[in-house]
Ligand binder design. Sequence first.
Ligand code: XMP
Length: 516
Amino acid sequence: PVLVVDFGAQYAQLIARRVREASVYSEIVPHTMPVAKMLEKDPAAIILSGGPASVYAEGAPSIDPAIFESGVPILGICYGFQTMAAALGGKVGRTGTREYGHTETSVQDQSCLFAGTPLDQSVWMSHGDAVQEAPAGFTVTASTEQTPVAAFEDPKRRLFGLQWHPEVRHSAFGQDALKNFLYHGAGIEPTWTTGNIIDEQVAKIREQVGDKQVICALSGGVDSSVAAALVHEAVGDQLTCFFIDHGLLRAGEREQVERDYAESMGIKVVTIDDSERFLAALEGVSDPEQKRKIIGHEFIRSFEAAQRQLIAEAGADGKEIEFLVQGTLYPDVVESGGGEGAANIKSHHNVGGLPEDLRFELVEPLRELFKDEVREIGRRLGLAEKLVARQPFPGPGLGIRIVGAVNRERLDILRAADLIVREELTKAGMDSEIWQCPVVLLADVRSVGVQGDGRTYGHPIVLRPVSSEDAMTADWTRLPYDLLARISNRITNSVEEVNRVVLDCTSKPPGTIEWE
Ligand code: XMP
């Protein structure tokens, strides 16, 4: 693999993705991993990421300089560039000048990293410190007005460095620089494709599972679907999936999941209707966090019951169920291993939040992948596009889209409004344009209206269309006015109890995507 050494901040993930986009397999490792351990992974190259700190700050993350003697090709980016410079005898300092954002750079055409790219290019900078002198043996290959040493390289030792961030799209030729490093600087063949991953994973699953039975909890979302499809590809009917109906699903969702999996994928799906129990547990509860906790807790109860039932059934023909499929993705793995104290904004719930005493061996074929790679694999496995391209829908479902207590009546109102919104968005061809569009019922709010020949005192429905790349940040989507008008008309005309439709025009931050 190519190892991306994480010095903090969010850069490492993006770099790892870009390396994979260049068809080279990459993994993220923390900067605290001993160099010997990194070398045990037999890396084809190492990339040192950017980081939030100054190289000379107290407690600044550092790396054992032995890494530069290992003979492995290395690219240092931003903080990684400065670390490399400092470790090899160059000079790094506070220059007093800071560069943030778009910066014009002049590069050398004789360099490895910039071969085939224009001599003047716009790059994305974000730094206070700067390399003032390159270490001996290095050639300076780029400079900006403020930063004379903006890139350097020593092709003999196969060490390279960039002050700017090639991984962000704002650096016009960033991906070229990365590819030049990987293919030419490090001599790596770009052979990593989603096709290889499928073959590899199928073989691995077969080896792991043998002739045993496997179960999978489907959420209807992309990750669990693709994980199930991969396992099905590997072991066919040894896989049984179940889908828990918690009563908080959107209109037609359960039927759609049953149809999509059973018919188009040939996967056995057992639906378990636990809606009574979920709704009973939620009765009278309007605090968002409490709702989330209750739903998470009830999921676990459902899961355990489903498991017992499936084991009892399978026990009849003497086959134990020992394996459980989970759609865990690489970012989940990295984030839970990162140990950084991110603030708990919301208790995000996954169907995969399993009790600890479940005695299962996990099958997690997507553990090394990013979301877009997962989608690509889904397509290659022949999953319907509508399944692969599905917009995110939160595990707690409509339970967190009713502001106020949840009950059947309110759920029916929200379902009817939500269905109209989805239909209209699809008809207008907006599905791929927006990230998702939560529809929220303000059940505890009433306003006065006039409908037909009388006064109404009904509830508002909120439309929350957002555009986003990763849900960490989002902007509200500027839907066309006539589309908004159609949605508003249809909802107020056909959904009793709703006499007002409002648009949420807040980005994230400060708002989150969901209202609860
Ligand atoms: P927020 O509201 O935090 O949402 O801006 C970010 C993204 O996460 C989805 N979301 C969830 N997904 N379980 C999930 O599986 C949850 O509990 C949950 N809460 C929010 C939300 O729809 C958005 O895409």
